[in-house]
Design a protein around this ligand. Structure first.
Ligand code: NAD
Length: 440
């Protein structure tokens, strides 16, 4: 299959490289010239484990190319994927679909022969209908189908998720005949390597597919928020949230994943997608109150993390130095979007603290978003002369810190562990004043 992937970000680049690895001929297109130049030089514009090797191998074998001007690739494509960003629209929380519709306009002017137009971006219910309208209006005679194929990969584990998905959701209207049936054949071929054993492909209607993506993210965000509230309750009543999580997670109706208490969810998807779902549901006259509450509780939680650091330094942050370990919203990515650090660090600075920070991959992005931070070269350097250490992101290298070095670096042995990386009794035994989440 010949594939054009519009948008070469976390989703577009990984999906494009994986489709090329499946044997398809893929062009990844982006309007950001610096991204395309870097990719053409063999540099990755993002940090994602394994991506550099995957891209290099497929470029070498001639299946993966990059383009700033995607006209030719779109003209020749069997399938054109839209993988552009759908951030929150300023002010109202609806998904901003301007990039998606701009891509649709571009596609409309170019397609030749039967083409499947696929939204990989996360888009609200009804977006596929609008894309179809845009293309039909410009090209009344064109042969095309608009398909929804939301992406469920996780940053940091993206390649494995793409190649071994729990399911691939494909939304096509009228898929039993006409262009719908042809689109189904193209999409089945796109994912053919996954069909060797039991097929993970789930074919549904287009609106259903669009909603599945939001429902999945909202459910996961709710699960995290639930355990975070249980963590607060554990602190109030003297229980241990990790044991509560294990105790409920062993029930396979509940499952153990996404039951890690922490500083509140962040990232490029959950915050914006929960908010967009709330807006869609309100507009449809069918409010999703659990999701509304999830959004509110999580926002408040991220803002409240500063209080845990304040409490650790006896109630006054003014003039204190805080050593922050981890800035990205989770480990193994350089993505800073909506990271809890973006609430915590400015709040620390506003309270009069100095912040020294280190993140293994996120400092370049963090530097654009956080001002007044003293970025350091390594974890011990970030803690050097600090009054308190705060673990914000659970990178592996923070799980095995040399605690003697940590003690020596700090002016006092105070550690706030927002990810429950260490064990309270061990930390106390080693002389730390240690606080974590939901463990008494
Ligand atoms: P991103 O911001 O990393 O990448 C989007 C890219 O699209 C940018 O490089 C931008 O320059 C490019 N772009 C925008 N308009 C374009 C146009 N008209 N032509 C060519 N390029 C264009 O975004 P992302 O994180 O990859 O997310 C993309 C979509 O996938 C979003 O809808 C997101 O919700 C969804 N998604 C993301 C993840 C994730 O983990 N990041 C997971 C699942 C789904």
């Amino acid at each position: 299959m010949r594939v054009a992937m519009i948008g070469t970000g976390y989703v577009g680049l990984v999906s494009g490289a994986c489709f090329a690895d499946f044997g398809h001929e893929v062009t990844c297109i982006d309007k950001d010239a610096s991204k395309i130049e870097r990719l053409e030089r063999g540099e990755m514009p993002i940090f994602e484990p394994g991506l550099d090797d995957l891209v290099a191998a497929n470029v070498r074998d001639g299946r993966l190319t990059f383009a700033l001007d995607g006209s030719e690739a779109i003209r020749n494509a069997d399938a054109v994927f839209i993988g552009v960003g759908t951030p929150s629209r300023r002010g109202d929380g609806h998904a901003d679909l301007s990039y998606v519709y701009a891509a649709a306009e571009e596609i409309a002017g170019l397609i030749e022969g039967f083409t499947v137009i696929v939204t990989k971006s996360t888009v609200p219910v009804g977006t596929g209908d609008e894309i179809e309208r845009i293309v039909r209006e410009r090209r009344p005679d064109a042969e095309f189908a608009v398909v929804s194929n939301p992406e469920f990969l996780r940053e940091g584990a993206a390649i494995g998720d793409f190649k071994r998905p729990d399911r691939v959701v494909i939304g096509i209207n009228n898929m039993d005949d006409g262009v719908g049936a042809r689109a189904r054949t193209v999409m089945t071929e796109m994912y053919r390597p996954l069909n060797l054993n039991e097929s993970p492909l789930l074919f549904v209607g287009r609106r259903t597919s669009e909603l599945i993506k939001y429902a999945a993210n909202a459910f996961l965000a709710m699960k995290i928020t639930f355990i975070n509230e249980m963590a607060d309750l554990c602190e109030a009543v003297g229980a241990d949230v990790q044991q509560v999580a294990r105790g409920i997670g062993l029930d396979n109706r509940i499952g153990s994943k996404f039951l890690h208490a922490g500083p509140g969810y962040g990232g490029s998807c959950f915050p914006k997608d929960t908010l967009a779902l709330v807006r869609t549901a309100t507009d449809a006259g069918s409010p999703v109150r659990l999701v509304e509450t999830t959004v509110e509780v999580n926002d408040a939680r991220k803002k409240a993390m500063v209080e845990r650091v304040r409490a650790a330094v006896d109630g006054d942050l003014a003039g204190k130095t805080v050593g922050v370990l981890g800035l990205t919203f989770k480990p193994n990515t350089d993505d800073m979007r909506d990271s809890p650090a973006l609430d915590l660090v400015p709040a620390l600075i506003a309270a009069g603290a100095r912040v020294q920070a280190f993140d293994p991959e996120g400092m370049h992005e963090a530097g654009k978003l956080l001002s007044g931070v003293d970025f350091r070269d390594g974890p011990y350097d970030a803690l050097d002369g600090a009054d308190v250490a705060v673990i914000v992101t659970e990178w592996d290298q923070f799980r095995a810190l040399d605690l003697d070095r940590v003690r020596t670096a700090l002016t006092a042995p105070v550690l706030v562990d927002l990810r429950n990386v260490y064990r309270p009794e061990e930390m106390r035994a080693r002389g730390f004043r240690y606080s974590s989440i939901g463990r008494g």
